[in-house]
Design a binder for this molecule. Structure first.
Ligand code: G1P
Length: 285
């Protein structure tokens, strides 16, 4: 019987320089889309996928993320005394029931592949998922990761979430090529538009074999002088079946100011409390 996917690795050690000074003392993963931090949106998507263990790969100055998923006794006691049940529920369920959280440190910023490798002792010899919380996938009907876990459970296929991007943007992504059966045959990190094998870009959702860790131990510095997750996966393509997953919903690149604002507008417009007045205000602009 094939194992299912029980762990998700969330690499959150990055500096978030694009949002400075906001991210000087606050991790970028704690920036809210409406009223939930990006990291919580990722954990909620993972929960819908049946994931049991969240493995945060953090660095110094990321304590706020751990605190967000922990009990805040003082706050809860105050809300309880004031009979604020809805607020209490909101603060108590940041980490959904039945999920556990483990934290490992990435001592040096050596790249995404290295960050994922730091999680190896906690994940163990199991297939696992990786989510990049900067990529917020807004899917009101389901969960991108849940569909990818289902693909693994049904077909034993590993997968990467992908979407088409304009050719001039291939150098911002990992880019894949496919064979006639729709299997991924090659993958390259941040290729220039003129040499990109396609315009099918990887977004931050991966379902990966346990062997990824061994592969990452062998990877040398790649694009940007970093240990790239892309290069580790590329070295497994001959021995493991990887499929592209064209997800439902809309992906917002919340690592950029534009994507982050767009995500806030999308959720703001749908919000029960403020949606209508927000829309009315937008129309006046
Ligand atoms: C990372 C990955 C890249 C992927 C992208 C998706 O790049 O290295 O392959 O396409 O996330 O957001 P980063 O955005 O960290 O530069």
């Amino acid at each position: 019987m094939t194992q299912t996917i029980l762990s998700v690795v969330l690499p959150v050690a990055g500096l978030g320089t694009r949002f400075l000074p906001a991210t000087k003392a606050v991790p970028k993963e704690m920036l809210p889309v409406l009223d939930k931090p990006l990291i919580q949106l990722a954990v909620e998507e993972a929960y819908k996928a049946g994931i049991k263990q969240v493995v945060l790969v953090t660095s110094a100055s990321k304590r706020a993320i751990e605190d967000h998923f922990d009990v805040n006794f003082e706050l809860e006691a105050t809300l309880e005394a004031r009979n604020k049940q809805a607020m209490l529920d909101a603060v108590r369920t940041t980490l959904p029931n039945g999920m556990t959280l483990a934290v490992v440190r990435q001592p040096k910023a050596l790249g995404l592949g290295h960050a994922v490798l730091c999680a190896a002792p906690v994940v163990g010899n199991q297939p696992f998922a990786v989510m990049l919380p900067d990529d917020f996938i807004d899917d009101t009907q389901g969960s991108c990761l849940a569909d990818m876990v289902a693909l693994y459970n049904n077909e034993q296929s590993y997968s990467l979430a992908v979407e088409e991007v304009p050719r001039e943007k291939t150098d911002k992504y990992g880019v894949v090529s496919l064979d006639g059966n729709g299997r991924i045959t090659a993958m390259v990190e941040k290729p220039k538009p003129e040499v990109a094998p396609s315009t099918l870009a990887v977004v931050g959702r991966y379902v990966l074999p346990a062997e990824t860790f061994a592969a990452l131990r062998e990877v040398k510095e790649g694009a940007g002088g970093e240990i790239q997750l892309t290069d580790g996966i590329a070295s497994l393509l001959a021995s493991h079946a990887f499929k592209p997953h064209r997800f439902k919903g809309v992906r917002f690149d919340c690592g950029s100011k534009l994507g982050y604002l767009q995500a806030n507008v999308a959720l703001g417009l749908r919000d029960k409390e403020i949606g209508q007045s927000f829309q009315a205000w937008l129309k006046t602009l």
